[in-house]
Design a protein around this ligand. Structure first.
Ligand code: KIV
Length: 266
């Protein structure tokens, strides 16, 4: 079974690790068979499962329901679950809602933001709850950003993101997710912190890689982000099966053949 200790060891050894989003039992079981290292019950379920335009309508009860479904069926991966929009605006909310997700089966709670989260991170750490902090393009702030855009492009924004990363790790964060940031910035953050960093649209130098499950199976409509690769129809997935696609993703991340230059922002 993969734990935070395993991921920290992988970081020291330079062994990359895989992460996929997952929302139900059957896919969770297939991910176990494919040896996916970490699973994220992402609030992206608001879009890919519930059909909303953003992650904002997702509730703590939704997250707990899907977390429990996944956790029952996968005993291999480290399980991360998102605290949804406005469910950690106060310390009391953060504690109560993190408890709900941990009791549903999460091992780590993911929250979006930067240095403003340090009170929440240290309180949860003292209460036995590890956090993963999501930086860069944080989808819960889509209305602040005015759309889903690459973050950290200017020197000032890059410096702020690097400082935020250091501050949340100093406060006790156990993992970071970096979404849609230039690859050189993701590399600098990954080298600057001693906790594992998971990238999505952040280049090849982060310690782990995450994709939304539907995206990497080609189950999408409309514009496909440049960092997405369809592992289901990849010819290396000889069985053309879903489990084969998960295994190919895992193998590609570990051997460093995903992501490639064309998947990153510079
Ligand atoms: O909710 C989610 O699926 C995520 C990933 C995109 C990292 O936060």
């Amino acid at each position: 079974m993969i734990t935070l200790t395993t991921l920290n060891k992988y970081k020291k050894e330079g062994r990359k690790f895989s992460c996929l989003t997952c929302y139900d039992a059957m896919f969770a079981k297939m991910m176990q068979n494919a040896e996916i290292d970490t699973i994220l019950i992402g609030d992206s379920l608001g879009m890919v499962v519930q059909g909303h335009d953003s992650t904002l309508p997702v509730s703590v009860a939704d997250m707990a329901y899907h977390t429990a479904n996944v956790a029952r069926s996968n005993k291999h991966a480290l399980i991360l679950a998102d605290l949804p929009f406005m469910s950690y605006s106060t310390l009391n909310d953060a504690i109560a809602n993190a408890r709900t997700l941990m009791q549903a089966g999460a091992h780590v709670i993911k929250i979006e933001g930067g240095a403003e989260l340090i009170g929440i991170i240290s309180t949860l750490a003292q209460a036995g709850t590890p956090t993963c902090v999501h930086l860069g393009l944080t989808p819960q702030s889509v209305n602040v950003f005015g759309g889903y855009r690459v973050q950290g492009k200017s020197d000032e924004a890059a410096e702020k993101l690097l400082n935020d990363a250091k501050a949340v790790v100093a406060a006790g964060a156990s993992l970071l997710v970096l979404e849609c940031v230039p690859a050189p910035l993701a590399k600098a953050v990954t080298e600057a912190v001693d906790v594992p960093v998971i990238g999505i649209g952040a280049g090849a130098d982060t310690d782990g890689q995450v994709l939304v499950m539907h995206d990497m199976l080609g189950v999408t409509h409309g514009r496909v982000a440049r960092f997405v690769h369809d592992f289901l129809s990849d010819e290396r997935n000889q069985s053309r099966s879903v489990e084969g696609a998960f295994a190919l993703f895992h193998q590609s991340v570990i051997e460093g053949s995903y992501p490639q230059q064309q998947h990153q922002f510079n």
